[in-house]
Design a protein around this ligand. Structure first.
Ligand SMILES: Cc1cc2nc3c(=O)[nH]c(=O)nc-3n(C[C@H](O)[C@H](O)[C@H](O)COP(=O)(O)OP(=O)(O)OC[C@H]3O[C@@H](n4cnc5c(N)ncnc54)[C@H](O)[C@@H]3O)c2cc1C
Length: 407
């Protein structure tokens, strides 16, 4: 490794970094994927719920799937709303296994993998970059040389911004999740559905969830934004406390086996103001705020940003063109408007609405839309049916008022 010059060193073995390593190795580029944890199965923090589309989009195998889901429940403070789906609508992935699969795939195409090493610093020369990596729990430092470095370190953006460098202002979010083994009768109730909690009883400036995994295993968690709340009291309660409250009072699970307790953060630049490229460093995934700011769904978009970045990385490797401004432009053109809508609706839902307003919005959805429209709105940024329905309702109201005036 010491004498070799890699085409690309990817720092961070999450979905974005794994997908970059996988794509470029397939193209025959010399790639090194570096992950700070000793195993890809460690740091298994993501709930990894999604629709079915990403499975095809990224050719993901069955072995990374924890469970399929068909139905959605939204539990508000007063009532519960259930949408039935007759077929599978999505999956909950095992995030650790996803990372492992992407790395294995990269390796099968000749990519090299280095786990248990964390990125420390970089020195950019005229033609190459020297990257310093430190072995976990030791002082040993190694150096690797490459033509380009990819920052796939997620919300921390460790490579694009050196330790003391000022980063753009970010919106913050954080989450806690328990992976628990429950009694079969409890699992039976939740095995086919995603349960989301909205409103002030079960969530705090965000939403909470129960997702199914393999037999008798559930993911239960809560995520909160760090927005100022105008209506919710007691906003300093922790996501850990809410998670435990859901297990005890909602699932009524007195005894369960805690298999894993994990958490993570979200750091998101409003208006997608991140640096996408600078001085031989390209950023992907959460490092360019690829995460959907309302739902915190980020795996699909991390992998999409990786696919797009790879087009320009490959161009750079073939003919030395630094066309990365187009990577940024294309990504923003595709996503900025949708992300703005998502920011707007999350700020209203999580920080402005009263508990009753939240309940009323969910009730409106429940009375007017089937599960596919709900999924389109929650996961796919497709709002045309909702806009059409709201427009029709306004029209009916105007017609009604007009008639009342005439008689
Ligand atoms: C609690 C929680 C629940 C979530 N639930 C969902 C969900 O249900 N569905 C969904 O789609 N998304 C979900 N997300 C978001 C999703 O997990 C992220 O958007 C996605 O993982 C981003 O991928 P990434 O590769 O950009 O970054 P990450 O997945 O964060 O990967 C970054 C990698 O870089 C490594 N790294 C960091 N620093 C260094 C360093 N110095 N040296 C070497 N390696 C380093 C990290 O160990 C990590 O493996 C959730 C997030 C959280 C926090």
């Amino acid at each position: 490794m010491a004498e070799k010059i890699f085409d690309v060193v990817v720092i961070g073995g999450g979905p974005a970094g794994g997908q970059v390593a996988r794509n470029l190795s397939k193209k025959g580029r010399k790639v090194l994927l570096v992950e700070r944890f000793p195993s890809f199965l460690d740091n298994n923090f993501s709930s990894a719920g999604m629709t079915l589309e990403p499975l095809k989009e990224f050719n993901l195998p069955d072995k990374v799937i924890g469970a399929y889901w068909k139905n959605i429940t939204i539990q508000c403070t007063k009532n519960s709303y259930f949408w039935k789906g007759n077929t599978n609508k999505g999956v909950v992935l095992d995030y650790g296994k996803l990372k492992q699969f992407l790395a294995d795939d990269a390796k099968s195409f000749g990519g090299e993998i280095l786990t248990g090493y964390k990125y420390i610093s970089k020195k950019v020369n005229e033609k190459t970059v020297i990257v310093s990596l430190q072995k976990s729990k030791s002082k040993e430092i190694i150096e690797v040389e490459c033509k380009l470095v990819v920052d796939a370190t997620g919300p921390l953006r460790k490579v694009m911004y050196d330790d003391k460098e000022v980063q753009p202002t970010m919106n913050l979010g954080s989450g806690t999740e328990y992976l628990i083994e429950v009694a079969p009768e409890i699992y039976e109730k939740y095995k086919d559905q995603l349960v989301f909690f909205l409103g002030h009883k079960w969530a705090i400036k965000g939403y909470s969830w129960i997702f199914p995994m393999e037999q008798n295993i559930l993911k239960v968690g809560a995520g909160k934004t760090h927005l100022k709340s105008l209506n919710q009291k007691n906003t300093d309660i922790t996501t850990k406390k809410i998670t435990e409250q859901i297990i005890k009072e909602y699932l009524k699970c007195e005894s369960y086996k805690l298999l894993d307790k994990h958490g993570g953060i979200i750091r998101y630049s409003e208006g997608l103001k991140d640096k996408f490229y600078e001085n031989k460093v390209v950023a992907v995934g959460d490092a360019v705020s690829a995460i959907n700011p309302r739902g915190g769904e980020g795996i699909r978009y991390a992998m999409q940003s990786a696919d797009l970045a790879c087009v320009y990385i490959d161009e750079y490797l073939v003919n030395g063109k630094t066309n990365f401004n187009n990577y940024r432009k294309k990504w923003r053109r595709k996503k900025l408007f949708k992300w703005r809508l998502s920011e707007f609706s999350s700020q209203r839902m999580y920080s402005k609405y009263t508990d009753n307003q939240i309940e009323n919005r969910v009730l409106f959805f429940y009375e007017n839309f089937k599960i596919d429209v709900l999924i389109d709105s929650l996961f796919n940024f497709k709002y045309n049916q909702i806009f059409y329905r709201v427009f029709k309702l306004i029209l009916l109201k105007v017609q009604f008022m007009f008639k009342k005036e005439r008689f």
